[in-house]
Design a protein around this ligand. Structure first.
Ligand SMILES: [Zn+2]
Length: 103
């Protein structure tokens, strides 16, 4: 299986439903996606190949560090803001908390 980054490219729903989906084709990735099951119109869903995630296809478990390396954001484990891009000791934290920690 191959990894695809699937999201609602028109951002028509409440969320863009960004996720990595493992599938055999872009169409299958869209079919399996959260966006599709949330009722996003088929033509509004984008599926972009992400070969760097292929290595996680077998387990389906993608470490947060791999997402961060690809430019994704997480909810900060410390303050909850949705801008965490630093992994420190198994936590993902935002710039603000990172600075706080090293101060
Ligand atoms: Zn934070």
């Amino acid at each position: 299986m191959k990894a695809y980054h699937v999201h609602d490219k028109e951002n028509s729903g409440e969320e863009a439903c960004h996720e990595i989906v493992f599938a055999e084709s872009p169409a299958q990735a869209k079919y399996k996606s959260e966006a599709y099951s949330n009722g996003v119109p088929w033509t509004d869903i984008a599926a972009v190949r992400k070969p760097q995630f292929d290595q996680y296809a077998e387990t389906g478990i993608i470490p947060r560090s791999a997402y961060i390396a690809d430019g994704w954001y997480f909810e900060c484990d410390q303050c909850g803001s949705f801008s965490a891009t630093n992994e420190v000791n198994g936590q993902v934290i935002c710039e603000f908390c990172l600075e706080d920690q090293s101060a």
